[in-house]
Each structure stands twice: as C-alpha cells, then as structure tokens.
Design a protein around this ligand. Structure first.
Ligand code: PGA
Length: 265
C-alpha cells in the first residue's frame, strides 16, 4: 500500500451490555494473542467492557497491548451518586479511558450535554482519556443540521476544558442513525465531511496544533468492507467499532486491513 497516514491508528470497541466477566476475559485473551505481533507504536488498541468485567479484563490483557475504559463515568471522584462509577474507581482497576456521551446514553438514558460536560471535566481532572462521543440523529441530518449539532455537542461538551485537558481528549463521531443493527454506515465522504467540521471546531477551541492533535474516530456500523475506505480519509484517525469487533478474529481482520496504512513502508 502506498498511502502512509499519521503515526498511529486508534482502533477500539465498546462491548455495550453484552459480555460478562468470562466472555470478556476469553475475548481479550484471544485478541491479545492474535494482535501481539503488531507494533503498538502504530496502533492504539482499546476495549471498553462492562464495569463488572474490568478488573479481570486488566489481568488478562497487558496494558502495553490493550488500553481499557469504562462505558460511562460519574462526574466526581466520590460522592452521594448511587449507581455511578468514579474516575478513581476506573483507575483503580486499570482503566484509563472514559467513554462519555455515547448515543445510547444520550438518547436512551437521557444524558444531556451538560452532564457529559461535567464528566469530561472530571475525566481531565483525574488524568483519564475522555472519549467524547457525538453525533446527529436521522431527523437532524434530514433537516441539514448535522454540522450545527456536532458543533453544539462539542462546544457544550468541552466547555471549560483547557488546553491541558484537550491533550488527553479523543472524539468519536458516531451518527445516531448509523449505530447498531438497524443502522446504516455513513459513507466515507459523509463521515469525512463531518470529521472536517469537528476538526475545524477543535482548532477554533484549542488552536491549530492542539486541534489537529486530537484523534478523531468514526463509529457506526463499521465492518470489514468499509473500514479501510473510512480510515483512508484525511481526518479519520481511528474506528470505534461495535458488533464487527465483538468476535476477536473478525476484529483482528479489520485491524490487519487497516494497519498497513500506518506502518512506515
Ligand atoms: P456498531 O456500534 O458498530 O455495532 O454500529 C457502534 C457503537 O455503538 O459505538
């Protein structure tokens, strides 16, 4: 392959409310075995399992091979927040990514931009990588509002986050209409156009250099047929994958399709 992209590709999955302790462990063991030969200088591999599986997941998967994250996070180090998991608790079990504002949390569980913002700030305070998920609904897309929605979710979600916090920020563009069984993947051109909007907004907020440095991931029905096309796009630095990554060998196939673009040939 001739095209060589930036230094590193970001590839990860959120297993949602599917894999328990045993399934997560066997999945991670297989994923580490299959991908162990790939240089982590060019690959940031991450898995975001259920909270209950995190501690044993860390024991199965060395940090040098796979980073782990929580699918959500409370907005304080501790406090009277029944049912929430704090950044300190995530760090304690070896997870240093906080996935925040996933479409299912926003649209099924009622999370607002304001709540997401508090979590982003808290993740930064405790040194976690905030993986901020944003994306428009089908209706917003149909009304031509996609870019406005993305800009609003970014500016509201990142409100008050300084340049230091932005150094550990990742953003996932996950159009709501593209996610899940009934989702239709965005075309690479459509995804790139939205990533371009996100990039511009980040450079507005943090300046050219810092804005360019934030990894932008696409998510929503990524599969073995569209992964390479998406990742070739200038502003797509990674893929955040659901169903197509839940089988370790299929995820490994996608990883190996994409990696040659990043290995310095
Ligand atoms: P999907 O999920 O790849 O199964 O569409 C993506 C996501 O929810 O992040």
């Amino acid at each position: 392959m001739t095209q060589v992209k930036g230094k590193k590709v970001y590839l990860g999955t959120n297993t949602k409310m599917y894999k328990g302790v045993a399934d997560t462990a066997s999945y991670l063991e297989e994923l580490c075995r299959l991908t162990g030969d790939l240089s982590r200088e060019a690959l940031e591999l991450f898995v975001i399992p259920s909270f209950t599986a995190l501690e044993s997941a860390r024991r199965c998967a060395p940090r040098e091979l796979v980073r782990l994250g929580g699918q959500n996070m409370g907005w304080a180090g501790e406090g009277p927040y029944t049912g929430e998991i704090s950044p300190k608790m995530l760090l304690e079990v070896g997870a240093d990514i906080a996935e925040l504002g996933h479409s299912e949390r926003r649209h099924v569980l009622g999370e607002t931009d304001e709540m997401v913002n508090r979590k982003v700030l808290c993740a930064a305070e405790y040194g976690l990588t905030a993986l901020l998920c944003i994306g428009e609904t089908a209706e917003e897309k149909a009304r031509g509002l996609a870019d406005e929605v993305l800009r609003t979710q970014l500016k509201a979600g990142l409100y008050g986050l300084g340049a230091g916090g932005a150094e550990r920020l990742w953003v996932a563009y996950e159009p709501v209409w593209a996610i899940g069984e009934h989702g239709v993947p965005a075309t690479k051109e459509y995804a790139e156009a939205r990533h371009d909007t996100i990039r511009r907004t980040l450079t507005e907020l943090y300046g050219e250099q810092a804005g360019q440095a934030v990894p932008l991931l696409y998510g929503g029905s990524v599969n073995p047929d569209n992964a390479v096309g998406l990742i070739r796009m200038e502003n797509i630095d990674g893929l955040f994958i659901g169903r197509s990554a839940w089988d370790a060998s299929q995820f490994n196939r996608i990883i190996r399709q994409v990696m040659p673009l990043y290995m310095n040939k």
